[in-house]
Unconditional design. Structure first.
Length: 153
């Protein structure tokens, strides 16, 4: 008989495959489905869905504890992008975003046209209606999600 952790992992991987590489789940709902404690769900996600295993996990507190899991391609560019995304943090200035984007072009991780789109989407001009105190947070989220979309199966 399979261990509960294996069953939860299989279930999540099936969901990820069915949803084209990205899922958003609620920890409590999943725990209820498998009749376990939410910490069991945390354990499975932390040990079976790490960056090294080709996944990007983002946890959001509040509203039931949403967890987003994205499968990432496993090529050298994907590894590089995952490292950058993981180390980027929750805030990034326009200048820092542009430096990252320019480096992506220099390392042939993205092409020039993609860099133009990334810079446009993360510019202060695009975020003009966002309160200045929140722009760097929104910019980081946009940049991470755009990079993931370039790199998701």
């Amino acid at each position: 008989m399979a261990r509960l952790s294996d069953v939860i992992e299989s279930f999540l991987k099936e969901l990820i495959n069915d949803m084209d590489g990205t899922i958003e789940i609620q920890r409590n709902e999943l725990a209820n489905k498998f009749n376990c404690v939410p910490s069991q769900i945390n354990y499975v996600i932390q040990t079976r869905f790490s960056n090294n295993q080709g996944y990007y996990v983002e946890s959001r507190r509040g509203g039931g504890g949403h967890i987003s899991i994205k499968r990432v391609r496993s090529n050298s560019n994907g590894t590089y992008l995952m490292h950058i995304i993981s180390s980027m943090g929750n805030r990034i200035s326009q200048h820092s975003a542009e430096v990252f984007i320019n480096n992506f072009v220099d390392y042939s991780t993205i092409d020039v046209n993609q860099s133009i789109l990334l810079k446009a989407a993360t510019s202060d001009k695009a975020l003009i209606n966002i309160h200045p105190n929140n722009r760097d947070i929104v910019r980081a989220s946009i940049l991470k999600n755009m990079l993931l979309s370039l790199n998701v199966d």
